[in-house]
Design a protein around this ligand. Structure first.
Ligand code: SAH
Length: 351
């Protein structure tokens, strides 16, 4: 178990060779617990409508210049077929918090995918009601991703305003998802304006406490059409966590040490930081999952949570270059659904 002091010391560490020892240790823990396979999950961005006002996100409701769109069922199922053809273990259906994605429509879709493909279904549709989440679970959805974004309540309330009358409590929702029998994923952004290393240390400890099946960690990337993005270069408070590749890799490595069994993707946001092999660097310091983007390019451009989202290894590639990259690291491509290895407690679905 990691102590808060150890975590803080690693977060402050600047010496490259010492950091190499952290990455190597995380890589060994990854190999010992989840093996050398890199699991692939096809990301499908199904709607960019959103009812929320998150200060970091380019999909926020107030963003009037962004054309909004929702994938039709048939378009979506074509992306799902692509995931099957490429041998992926799961599809991740992600969207803004879009109540226009009606619960029975999503449930039908999940049921169809589960009945007609070998894929695990992962949902990442934001904060929906327990009734809706239960309906989707009963329709066969296997996993739900909902990042807590930051464990600091002060910062969370600043950057993720509640819908009036509905206080946002993602930690409570994660507990409910677990009780419903989902494999549960969460995580945070690295370098949110106002985030300190003490906050980030608490994030890592929270990952451990939540005993997550999946952990998504990526750098915060400023979007110029959002309140946080607009002030990004103007205000750097003392103790600010940088949104760099190095800090993200430290967080991935510490997340692996905190949660040896978790599935941890090397995220698109990490790859989007620019040249320098973002995806590879994540895989070297504890990550064991990659989520290529299967969204049709015209829709993908509109799912603009941050600018310049990289599309490497996505629907425009054949898939061969991704396999090559994985093999060049001495790893192999996942051959199963990549289910969580965390010991599961059986759940009665009728409860
Ligand atoms: N509506 C869903 C999915 C949101 S997009 C939800 O709220 O859960 C998935 C993740 O992208 C978010 O959880 C957030 O961590 C990340 N994200 C959003 N805006 C970002 C930005 N500007 N930079 C980096 N990551 C961002």
């Amino acid at each position: 178990m990691l102590s808060r002091e150890d975590i803080l010391a690693w977060l402050a560490e600047k010496d490259a060779s010492r950091l190499e020892t952290l990455y190597r240790q995380a890589d060994q823990v990854r190999r010992g617990n989840v093996g050398d396979q890199v699991h692939l999950g096809g990301l499908i961005e199904i709607s960019n409508y959103c009812r929320r006002h998150c200060l970091y996100c380019g999909l926020r409701l107030d963003r009037k210049d962004l054309p909004r769109c929702r994938l039709e069922r048939q378009e979506l199922l074509q992306c799902v077929s692509q995931a099957v053809q490429r041998g992926y273990g799961t599809v991740v259906l992600q969207s803004g918090e879009d109540l226009g994605l009606e619960a029975p429509w999503v449930a039908d879709l999940v049921e169809y995918i589960k009945a007609n493909t070998p894929l695990a279904v992962t949902l990442s549709l934001g904060e929906r009601s327990p009734q809706e989440l239960r309906l989707w679970r009963q329709a066969g959805a296997d996993r739900y991703l909902l990042r807590f974004e930051t464990s600091s309540l002060r910062l969370y309330e600043q950057i993720h305003p509640s819908v009036p009358g509905q206080p946002s409590d993602r930690i409570a929702l994660l507990g409910q998802l677990r009780e419903m029998g989902y494999q549960v994923g969460s995580g945070m952004m690295i370098g949110i304006p106002g985030q300190t290393c003490a906050d980030l240390a608490d994030d890592i400890l929270l990952l451990e406490k939540l005993e997550l099946d999946m952990i998504g960690v990526g750098p915060y990337l400023p979007h110029p059409q959002t309140p946080l993005g607009r002030q990004f270069n103007l205000y750097r408070p003392p103790g600010q966590v940088p949104n760099t590749q190095e800090m993200t890799c430290k967080a991935i490595a510490l997340a692996r040490l905190a949660c040896p069994w978790a599935n941890i993707p090397s995220t698109t946001a990490l790859a989007s930081l620019g040249p320098g092999g973002g995806r590879e660097s994540g895989l070297r310091c504890g990550a064991n999952v990659i989520m290529p983007n299967l969204t049709p390019p015209a829709y993908r451009a509109l799912y603009e949570i941050y600018p310049n989202k990289t599309s490497t290894y996505g629907s425009t590639d054949s898939g061969a270059s991704l396999r090559q990259m994985i093999q060049s690291l001495g790893r192999s491509v996942g051959t199963s659904r990549g289910n969580s290895q965390r010991p599961q407690t059986p759940v009665d679905m009728d409860q």
